[in-house]
Every structure is written in structure tokens, then in C-alpha cells.
Design a binder for this molecule. Structure first.
Ligand SMILES: *[C@@H]1O[C@H](CO)[C@@H](O)[C@H](O)[C@H]1NC(C)=O
Ligand SMILES: *[C@@H]1O[C@H](CO)[C@@H](O)[C@H](O)[C@H]1NC(C)=O
Ligand SMILES: *[C@@H]1O[C@H](CO)[C@@H](O)[C@H](O)[C@H]1NC(C)=O
Ligand SMILES: *[C@@H]1O[C@H](CO)[C@@H](O)[C@H](O)[C@H]1NC(C)=O
Ligand SMILES: *[C@@H]1O[C@H](CO)[C@@H](O)[C@H](O)[C@H]1NC(C)=O
Ligand SMILES: *[C@@H]1O[C@H](CO)[C@@H](O)[C@H](O)[C@H]1NC(C)=O
Ligand SMILES: *[C@@H]1O[C@H](CO)[C@@H](O)[C@H](O)[C@H]1NC(C)=O
Ligand SMILES: *[C@@H]1O[C@H](CO)[C@@H](O)[C@H](O)[C@H]1NC(C)=O
Ligand SMILES: *[C@@H]1O[C@H](CO)[C@@H](O)[C@H](O)[C@H]1NC(C)=O
Ligand SMILES: *[C@@H]1O[C@H](CO)[C@@H](O)[C@H](O)[C@H]1NC(C)=O
Length: 392
């Protein structure tokens, strides 16, 4: 054996083991800080990392810059802090789930993550992403004590689901488009939401928000729902089309809605159970509804001046005096075929209901509906009931 070869061999061995240590096909389970330090000594670590469920205290992955894989902390009762002072990217999923003692996830340099799932973290009050995450395909944040989403500032996302975070005061990011769905639900009832740059989204659902501001929104490709919010007014000043259903329901403080540019809705328009909504002058340009129109509540004024087509059922039931509008404005649209589905339009109804419910008139004469027989889908989901009426 030449001396050269004898010298080279240990060098190769070290290089080989360093390579092996930084790239694992099996999940590397961290059982103590020593394991974490070994992983963190790699500049790039390839492989999935999991923190064992009984690890307590602090785990620091200080040093590693890229983790090409997933990082998971799940069902851990004792971990208090997870940190990685140099980590810039996780290519896979960052899953931190059901860790009641965890009060800090400090990744001050991180900018890119495949997906983020923070669920069941009652001690976590802020995201420790000081440099701000600018890229993540999917985000789910649920059941945390986060005060804000500061640290996430993405331009585009597939899905974002933010629910049951009782202390978030404000949601405000540069998000420009949502290719699948954005859902905000049952967070702090006083949460104020602003997406100043959002131009389009596939599905949008806002539940239990205090305010929702979408000044640039031009189109929602599928469903747009505003349910159980506590705002008094809502305006979508730049929205021209909704490809699926538009739902505005159970917003108990709502007195004014405004969709001044909206011309087309690809499926149902449903406005229901907004107890204080007296006037609907929200749709000056709405021409075409490719599903059903369903409005029920306490309205005494309903204007749809541009309406030329409703492909599905038409149902307006109100405690207010809308009968004249029904007779003078909407019935002619039914008669000339602009409204294609069954037709119900009645004012002074005792218990105004959704499509399929039979109106009980309080005062005056009972006004016959123009539909075939009243449908028997009471209690059924309005959207699906209507869909059936429309497609059958
Ligand atoms: C949201 O905005 C309203 C109106 O400006 C304000 O009264 C409320 O305090 C804000 N909510 C929070 C959590 O700051
Ligand atoms: C989505 O938004 C981002 C950021 O505004 C933009 O770069 C991208 O082109 C948009 N994608 C589409 C399909 O509109
Ligand atoms: C949604 O609509 C916008 C505007 O019409 C379009 O640019 C975008 O590609 C659509 N997105 C999806 C997921 O269809
Ligand atoms: C978006 O809406 C479409 C159609 O309404 C639905 O099929 C899809 O599952 C929705 N996506 C999510 C994540 O809700
Ligand atoms: C509203 O949409 C128009 C074009 O459709 C655009 O020029 C304008 O900047 C948008 N307004 C806002 C506030 O985004
Ligand atoms: C949230 O909204 C739902 C309707 O979607 C409503 O039933 C519920 O009471 C609201 N919750 C809170 C905490 O306001
Ligand atoms: C309803 O809101 C729109 C848009 O914010 C506004 O222009 C209109 O004056 C409001 N209507 C009433 C009756 O307050
Ligand atoms: C409106 O409220 C009634 C009575 O609480 C309920 O049966 C119905 O499902 C609600 N409609 C919608 C669209 O939430
Ligand atoms: C009409 O208003 C009354 C009083 O505010 C409320 O109790 C009732 O639920 C409202 N009805 C509908 C259908 O919104
Ligand atoms: C139906 O009647 C309405 C109102 O009278 C009118 O504006 C519309 O052009 C008519 N449509 C058809 C198809 O005749």
C-alpha cells in the first residue's frame, strides 16, 4: 500500500461519514440536545427530522442553514423552545402540533418553507420568524395563543387556514393571490383583516371577523363566503366576478353591503340571516346569476337594477314590505324568462326562510308564488338544495 493511499483513506472516511450524517433517508429523531447539535453541524441537512415526544426544555438546531425535508414536533408535553439561529429554508413541512408547553419557535432567519402547520399550541404567543417567511405553499394555524401573524408575509399561497386563535388582533399581509382557499374562522372576534394586494382567490371564507378589507380584489374564482362576522358594513369595491357562490349570512351587525362592480356570479347568491340588513342596494351592476338567488331577512328595500338572468331558483322572503318590488320588478323577469327556475318573492313573511321553505304571510293577502310546487327541502343545506333545483 503506498503511503499516499494510506493517507487518503482516513480523509475519505471522514468525508464519507460527514456526508452520511448530513443526509438520511430514515427520519432522524431528536432525543436530546446532542442529537440536535449533530444535525445542526451540517450546513444543509437532507432528511426528515422529528423531535421525540418526551423531549423537554430547549432544543436548538443552531448552525444548520437548509433542511431539505420535514421538521416535526408532535404530541410533545414538555418541549418549551425550539430554535435554529441560522435556518433559512425548510423545503418540506414544518409541523408543530399539540405541544402545550411550547412557548417559542425561534427561526429568526427563515424565509421559505414548503408548508407550515402550527396546531394546538396554547403557550405560543408569537411566531419567531423575524426575517419573515416569504414563501410557503400551505399554511394552517389553529388553536394557538398567537397575538399576530407577524412573521408570515407571503405573496401567494395555495391554502391558508387560520382558525380558533383567540388573541390575534390583526391579519395584514401582502398576499396577492390564493390558488385554492383562504379561510379565517373563529379567531378573536375583534380581529381586523386587511389584504391590500389581493387580486384574486379561488375560495375565500371569512367567519367571525371584526372587519375585512379587500380593496384590490377583482375576482373570486369559486366560492366567496362572509359568515358570522360582526362588521356593520362590508364593501368589495373592485370585485367584478365570483365564479362560484356568493354567500353573505349570519352577519348580525351588518347594515350595509356593497359590491359596486360585480357583474357575474357563477353559482348561487345567498343573503340570509343578516338580522339588521334592511336594504340591499349592493349590486348595481349584477347582471347574471348562473345559479339561484336566495335572499331572506328583514329587508324593506331590494334593488337589482341590472339583473337580466337567474338560471336557477329565485327566492326572496322578507319580513319587510317588498311585495311591490316583487310584483313590479321581479315577476316580469320571471314572466319573460329572465328568471328560469321556480319563483318565490314575498314580503311581510312571519318567518322568512331559505329556498324551499313555504312563506307564512303576516299581513295582507297571501301572495301566490309562481314556482311549481313548493319544494320539500326544508332544513337541507341551502347551497346543495339550490344546486339540485338548478341542475335537475
Ligand atoms: C379592530 O378595529 C376596530 C375599529 O377600528 C377597533 O375598534 C378594534 O379595537 C380593532 N380590533 C383590535 C383587536 O384591535
Ligand atoms: C400571484 O401573485 C404573485 C404575487 O403578487 C405574482 O407574482 C404571481 O404572478 C401571481 N400569480 C398569478 C397566477 O396571478
Ligand atoms: C382566477 O381568476 C383570475 C382572474 O380571472 C385568473 O388570473 C386566475 O388564474 C384564476 N385562478 C384559478 C386558480 O383558476
Ligand atoms: C374551493 O372551492 C371548490 C369549489 O367550491 C371546492 O371544490 C374546493 O374543495 C375548495 N377548496 C377548499 C380548500 O375549500
Ligand atoms: C381596481 O381595478 C382596476 C382595474 O380593474 C385597477 O386599475 C385599480 O387599480 C384597482 N383598484 C385597486 C384599489 O386595486
Ligand atoms: C362565529 O360565527 C358563527 C356563524 O358562522 C356563529 O354561529 C358563532 O356564534 C360565531 N362565534 C363567535 C365566537 O362569534
Ligand atoms: C354603503 O356602503 C357603500 C360603500 O362603502 C357606500 O357608498 C354607501 O353610501 C353606503 N350606504 C349607506 C346607506 O350607508
Ligand atoms: C338562518 O337561520 C335559521 C334559523 O336559525 C336557520 O335554520 C338557517 O339554516 C339559517 N340560514 C343560513 C343560510 O345560515
Ligand atoms: C328580523 O329582526 C328581528 C329583530 O332584530 C330579529 O329578531 C329577527 O331574527 C330578524 N329576522 C331575520 C329573518 O333576519
Ligand atoms: C325581461 O324584462 C325585463 C324588465 O321588464 C327587461 O329589462 C328584459 O330585457 C326582458 N328580457 C327579455 C329576455 O325579454
Amino acid at each position: 500500500m503506498s503511503s499516499l493511499y494510506r493517507l487518503a483513506l482516513p480523509v475519505l472516511a471522514v468525508a464519507g461519514s460527514a456526508y452520511a450524517a448530513c443526509s438520511h433517508t430514515a427520519t432522524s429523531t431528536i432525543q436530546n440536545q446532542g442529537d440536535a447539535s449533530a444535525i445542526a453541524s451540517c450546513k444543509t441537512f437532507s432528511g426528515n427530522i422529528a423531535v421525540k415526544t418526551d423531549v423537554a426544555g430547549v432544543i436548538a438546531l443552531d448552525g444548520v442553514q437548509v433542511i431539505d425535508g420535514n421538521v416535526a414536533v408532535q404530541d410533545n408535553e414538555k418541549l418549551q423552545q425550539l430554535s435554529a439561529d441560522s435556518l433559512e429554508e425548510i423545503t418540506g413541512d414544518l409541523i408543530v402540533k399539540e405541544a402545550p408547553e411550547l412557548n417559542a419557535v425561534n427561526f429568526p432567519k427563515i424565509k421559505s418553507v414548503g408548508s407550515i402547520e402550527f396546531v394546538g399550541l396554547p403557550a405560543l404567543q408569537n411566531l419567531g420568524f423575524d426575517a419573515e417567511i416569504e414563501q410557503a405553499d400551505r399554511i394552517r394555524i389553529e388553536n394557538t395563543n398567537l397575538q399576530s401573524l407577524e412573521g408570515i408575509n407571503i405573496e401567494t399561497v395555495e391554502t391558508m387556514f387560520i382558525a380558533n386563535n383567540k388573541y390575534i388582533q390583526q391579519i395584514d399581509m401582502q398576499l396577492g393571490n390564493v390558488s385554492d382557499a383562504l379561510t379565517l374562522s373563529t379567531n378573536n372576534p375583534r380581529v381586523n383583516v386587511t389584504f391590500s394586494n389581493m387580486i384574486w382567490a379561488a375560495n375565500l371564507t371569512f367567519r367571525n371577523c371584526s372587519s375585512v378589507d379587500l380593496p384590490s380584489l377583482e375576482s373570486v374564482n369559486r366560492t366567496f363566503s362572509l359568515i358570522g362576522n360582526v362588521f356593520e358594513s362590508f364593501s368589495s369595491p373592485n370585485l367584478t366576478t365570483v365564479g362560484g357562490a356568493l354567500v353573505v349570512s349570519n352577519n348580525v351587525e351588518l347594515t350595509n353591503i356593497s359590491f359596486p362592480q360585480l357583474t357575474k356570479v357563477g353559482f348561487n347568491v345567498e343573503i340570509a340571516n343578516n338580522t339588521k340588513l334592511r336594504e340591499i342596494e349592493a349590486f348595481p351592476k349584477l347582471q347574471k346569476i348562473s345559479g339561484a338567488l336566495d335572499m331572506n331577512g328583514n329587508m324593506s328595500k331590494i334593488e337589482l337594477p341590472a339583473l337580466t338572468e337567474v338560471a336557477g331558483t329565485f327566492n326572496i322572503q322578507s319580513t319587510g314590505q317588498v311585495q311591490k318590488t316583487c310584483d313590479d320588478v321581479f315577476e316580469p323577469l320571471k314572466k319573460n324568462g329572465s328568471i328560469r327556475g321556480s319563483f318565490t318573492c314575498v314580503g311581510e313573511v312571519a318567518n322568512p326562510g331559505g329556498e324551499g321553505s313555504t312563506p307564512t304571510i303576516t299581513g295582507g293577502q297571501a301572495k301566490k308564488t309562481n314556482g311549481a310546487t313548493p319544494l320539500d327541502v326544508t332544513g337541507g343545506s341551502l347551497l346543495f338544495g339550490l344546486a339540485a333545483a338548478f341542475f335537475l
